[in-house]
Design a protein around this ligand. Structure first.
Ligand code: SAM
Length: 251
């Protein structure tokens, strides 16, 4: 059978397509893409014209039969998404899983990924981080998702769209507190690349007053909860209280 290549493409700056990604894209028989029109433009830019299979979240399972047939016929296939690394908040999971189960070689061609790009320049701890993808679109769901992450000590990373960024930041302030440090990466690798950093309430205020603030694509990086500090202070108090009670009982 052929090989299924999982190829990362740029998240904005076309110069970020790796030479290896370009080589693979030009060598495969078929390109499976999330949006064939969008990815068609990338291929055109590379001077390539390839048969394409449209593969999005809703038809992944059904289209897999076609993908599998081509692979079993010995053809190499490249899976790409609209931007960045496939499967990272993008389709492909079913295809990769089923291809592996069918004994097909799946080979990653690494490259841009918005979450790693943001983390690499945010200046928040990266030894442990929790990528939570997109928060729920509705306020109640979003707030309870944030509530569940409130005490997480690892750095938190979210993706957000321009029309929800202000609402999400407002919910972050109300659930995690306005003091929580955050770094917002906007339009990474593109002409209007901007980082906003500071306390959650300051970043929200800055974005609200910036005329271009809520335009573009965003990665939200949030400092994890201060795990030890407060918890220890709390248990210290309990120990003091307990000691007081015990001492009072002493003859
Ligand atoms: N697979 C992609 C990756 O590897 O990063 C992510 C796809 S997800 C559907 C799209 C989201 O990624 C956007 O809503 C935004 O949160 C983030 N994103 C993608 N490109 C970005 C960029 N250039 N700057 C900031 N965020 C970006």
């Amino acid at each position: 059978p052929g090989t299924l290549y999982i190829v990362a493409t740029p998240i904005g700056n076309l110069g970020d397509l790796s030479p290896r990604a370009e080589k693979v894209l030009s060598s495969v028989a078929i390109v499976a893409a999330e949006d064939t029109r969008h990815s068609g433009r990338l291929l055109q830019h590379l001077g390539l014209s390839k048969p394409m299979i449209a593969l999005h979240e809703h038809n992944e399972r059904e289209r897999f039969d076609r993908v599998l047939k081509e692979l079993l016929a010995g053809k190499d296939l490249a899976l790409i998404s609209d931007a960045g690394t496939p499967l990272i908040s993008d389709p492909g999971y079913v295809v990769v899983r089923e291809a592996r189960a069918a004994g097909i070689r799946v080979s990653p061609i690494p490259g841009p990924c918005a979450l790693v790009t943001a983390l690499s320049a945010a200046g928040l701890p990266t030894d442990r981080f929790l990528f939570a993808g997109f928060l729920p679109a509705k306020r109640t769901g979003r707030k309870s998702a944030l509530e569940a992450l409130k005490r997480e000590p690892a750095t938190l990373v979210f993706y957000e769209s321009p029309h929800r960024i202000l609402d999400t930041l407002a919910d972050l302030v109300s659930v995690l507190g306005g003091e929580r440090e955050l770094v917002l990466g906007r339009e990474l690798t593109k002409t209007f690349e901007t980082f906003y950093s500071g306390s959650a309430e300051d970043v929200l205020a800055e974005l609200q007053t910036d005329p271009h603030g809520s335009k573009g694509e965003f990665v939200v990086v949030v400092r994890g909860a201060e795990a030890s500090g407060r918890a220890e202070a709390g248990s210290q108090l309990d120990v003091d209280k307990l000691l007081g009670l015990l001492l009072a009982e002493l003859p």
